[in-house]
Design a protein around this ligand. Structure first.
Ligand SMILES: Nc1ncnc2c1ncn2[C@@H]1O[C@H](COP(=O)(O)OP(=O)(O)OP(=O)(O)O)[C@@H](O)[C@H]1O
Ligand SMILES: [Mg+2]
Length: 325
């Protein structure tokens, strides 16, 4: 079964879609067969992958949902029926394979406008899980861009997710969103489902700004929320704020085609490697190449160092401070 990551936080605009589309491209580049599930209105993740969108027509996830709407609560549609529902909708969409993807692939269940309505017809909250599991033979890792509102789409997303990656900009309201997300995950666990917080990823970071230090301080002081601590899950690298990311949806091309500086996307390279290792795909994470190739001098934002005067360190020092094995 592919490990399924939900990119989620209960506060909008924190970089979920940017994170999903950039990580998906990187996972494919590392050779992972990657599935992107875009449940977030208005389909920003889907739009960000425009340059590799195929010419072929495809159906919609909402129609696959409707085919499976009679499965009763808590029942996972079996693989055969789920596959048939996907096939009838010409899903998943296979994005155009790139020469730089050595064996990797990118599949998507794209956003469509009827997704919310179709999800409301579902009796089982396990339909999306069934659809993803039906792709187990083709997919190594799955990333879900979470819907922002509660409701059946969110319930299906939660039931399909093994591990949550929470992107968070360094600002006080985001911290409240992070706490709310932990409470939500605790409710899901109470209902008997295993779901973990995989990591807290700081995004839109200006390394020199005072707010960064303040937010990291606040994360450290937050203590445990529902038995989980944000501090323990704070990832050691962070995503730099950059003009490209403000426009990613408009460009529809990867960040490394728009900016010359490796430091602008280095945080996502380290995040992709973290994901692959966490998903049991360490053999893929070990081979940096193409845009993922970083010079040893590339500057990395080290979240364990932000309270010091210099939050940025060179990659070689970062890797010495945070060994992966
Ligand atoms: N690293 C970054 N640097 C600068 N701006 C960023 C960065 N990441 C995201 N943004 C900006 O922040 C906004 C939110 O990003 P994104 O759309 O990825 O977040 P989201 O969590 O998916 O938002 P929504 O809740 O609206 O779906 C975007 O408009 C983008 O311009
Ligand atoms: Mg979004």
């Amino acid at each position: 079964m592919p490990k399924v990551y939900g990119v989620a936080i209960r506060k909008g605009g924190q970089g979920k879609s940017t994170t999903v589309s950039t990580l998906a491209r990187l996972c494919a580049l590392y050779g992972a067969r990657t599935l992107v599930v875009d449940l977030a209105q208005p389909g920003t993740t889907t739009g960000s992958l425009r340059d590799i969108w195929p010419d072929s027509t495809h159906g919609e996830l909402s129609s696959a949902f409707l085919t499976l709407h009679e499965f009763p609560a808590s029942v996972t549609p079996d693989a055969e029926l789920a596959r048939a529902a996907l096939q009838a909708a010409a899903l998943p969409v296979g994005l155009q394979s790139q020469p730089s993807w050595s064996g990797g692939a990118l599949w998507t269940l794209p956003w469509d406008d009827l997704l919310g309505e179709a999800a409301a017809f579902l009796q089982s909250e396990r339909v999306l899980a069934g659809l993803i599991h039906a792709l187990a033979a083709e997919v190594d890792i799955a990333l879900i861009d979470f819907p922002s509102d509660g409701g059946p789409l969110m319930t299906n997303a939660l039931a399909a997710t093994d591990s949550v990656i929470m992107p968070m900009a360094p600002e006080a309201p985001a911290l409240e969103g992070a706490a709310a997300t932990l409470r939500l995950l605790a409710r899901v666990r109470e209902s008997g489902r295993d779901i973990e917080l995989g990591g807290l990823l700081l995004t839109r970071v200006e390394p020199k700004s005072k707010r960064l230090a303040e937010v990291v301080q606040a994360i450290r002081q937050a203590g445990e929320i529902e038995g989980e601590s944000l501090e323990n899950k704070l990832l050691p690298f962070a995503i730099r704020s950059h003009e490209y990311f403000e426009q990613a949806f408009r460009y529809g091309v990867p960040v490394w085609e728009r900016t010359g500086a490796q430091r602008d996307w280095a945080g996502y390279v380290l995040m992709a490697e973290w994901l692959l290792r966490d998903a049991g795909l360490a053999r893929l994470a070990d081979a940096r190449r193409g845009p993922a190739l970083l010079d040893a001098e590339t500057r990395i934002i080290d979240t364990s160092a932000v309270l010091l005067s210099e939050p940025e360190v060179m990659l070689r020092d970062f890797e010495r401070a945070h060994p992966t094995t």
